[in-house]
Design a protein around this ligand. Structure first.
Ligand SMILES: Cc1ncc(COP(=O)(O)O)c(C=O)c1O
Length: 414
């Protein structure tokens, strides 16, 4: 058996991964134009508006607004629905804090759905089991770049007359049954942070097909100020989540590339999935045939009945082979409800609001065991990252390294 690199054996990957620049001539041209215009404020400038138009034509949706981050985008989406404090919002137990910040700032109460053990997306059965008289919205997360089970989730939302928000922070230009994620729900949110498929450093986008939400979205981005000549007279609480012209300019260049970026990632990702599926004890995330995975991440399970090594050690061995991986999906190694903020119910100082509040009629705890599939997934899965700059050879090296490491730790081999 070949000695692992971590124990002094030969490293699998010696040639560097394919790399490239994400910011190119388009972005530079756009940003120079923005600077040259001497206007960096979205209301007077053209770049944010142009980016919004581009998004509308790419997605075939009616309304789009740029904003300052993905966290802001989710907050704006929730704010646009004008839900009463104390209302419950059902979301995923495996997501970024950015999905949850807006819920808490609106004094809404997150309820965490368990995930499907094979796709790692929200389990529609778990979502439906959480619905009660206080439920006000379903916030769907397309985790890792794989569309959530939208048909079932849309059916549940319609049956209970609940608005559906899509958090597409990890799923730009990603298709479910041939239709783009972000065009299913009442309102959708995207992130343009550094780690996402396209980036403006920090930035976000909100989309809706609903005229009534469009006005709220615009107001929620901008202190509840009318920017259309109407007298200033804010009538609800709204932050300043404006996108600047500089972000807008870069976003134009990035959006022009999104289709080709996703196509390339999908091609490489599917090659990786196919190769990994051949390895004993290695189970790549299930990708339904009707879904297009954009491979923000690939989640991979190690079958503990076959491979006898803790996932952290497996990742360390892979790292030594020259393949980066992370044993924690995106959340830092635990379902989000196990974060201190939920365990201590400490969103706000000296208060347990909104989790415990007489005024809101709430008294909620998030105990370990709440989402068994999510908790189990963290014990046995790791993430692989790919970029559009990787080559087929890079993917094959990843497969070879995982074959080597898993073979080494296979039960009964040594
Ligand atoms: C699912 C999800 N929602 C929201 C966010 C928040 O986006 P941002 O970092 O741009 O605020 C992220 C970012 O990681 C995310 O992955």
């Amino acid at each position: 058996m070949e000695k692992l690199a971590i124990f002094g054996g030969r490293k699998t990957k010696t040639k560097p991964f394919g790399s490239g620049k994400r910011i190119g001539e388009d972005e530079i041209k756009e940003i120079l134009e923005a600077l040259d215009s001497d206007i960096l404020f979205y209301v007077f400038g053209t770049k944010v508006k142009q980016m919004e138009k581009l998004m509308i034509s790419l997605y075939g949706i009616k309304y789009c607004s740029g904003c300052s981050s993905g966290t802001a985008a989710v907050h704006i989406a929730l704010g646009s629905l004008q839900l009463a404090p104390g209302t419950e919002v059902i979301t995923s137990s495996v997501t970024d804090m950015g999905s949850l910040t807006g819920i808490l700032y609106q004094l809404l109460i997150p309820r965490f759905a368990d995930i499907d053990p094979e796709t790692y997306n929200m389990d529609p059965g778990s979502v439906e089991s959480l619905i009660n008289g206080k439920t006000g919205a379903i916030l769907v997360v397309h985790h890792a770049g794989l569309p959530a089970e939208l048909d079932s989730l849309m059916k549940i939302a319609a049956k209970h007359n609940l608005p559906l928000i899509e958090d597409c922070a990890q799923a730009h230009y990603t298709k479910y049954k041939g239709k783009l994620c972000g065009t299913f729900g009442d309102v959708s949110a995207f992130s343009l942070n550094h780690f996402k498929l396209i980036t403006t450093g920090s930035g976000g986008i909100v989309m809706t097909g609903r005229k009534d939400l469009e006005e709220n979205i615009r107001l929620f981005i901008d202190k509840c100020y009318f920017r259309d000549g109407r007298e200033r007279n804010p009538y609800f609480l709204a932050p300043n989540y404006q996108m600047s012209e500089l972000q807008g300019a870069v976003a134009i260049g990035q959006l022009k590339k999104i289709e080709s970026i996703v196509e390339r990632r999908n091609k490489l990702g599917m090659r990786l999935v196919k190769g990994l599926a051949e390895i004993k004890g290695i189970i790549p995330q299930k990708i339904p045939e009707y879904s297009t995975h954009s491979f923000f991440l690939l989640v991979v399970r190690i079958d503990p009945d076959v491979i006898r090594v803790p996932v952290k050690e497996f990742c360390r061995a892979l790292e030594a082979e020259g393949i980066p991986s992370k044993p924690n999906m995106i959340t830092g190694g635990m379902p989000v409800y196990l974060y201190d903020i939920f365990q201590n119910r400490s969103a706000f100082p000296k208060s347990m609001i909104p989790f415990v509040s007489e005024d809101l009629g709430s008294n909620l705890e998030y105990q370990r065991g709440l989402c068994p599939n999510a908790e189990n997934a963290f014990e046995h899965t790791f993430n692989l990252n790919i970029t559009e700059f990787y080559t087929e050879e890079d993917i094959d090296d990843m497969i070879r390294a995982i074959t080597k490491v898993s073979g080494y730790y296979e039960r009964g081999k040594r």
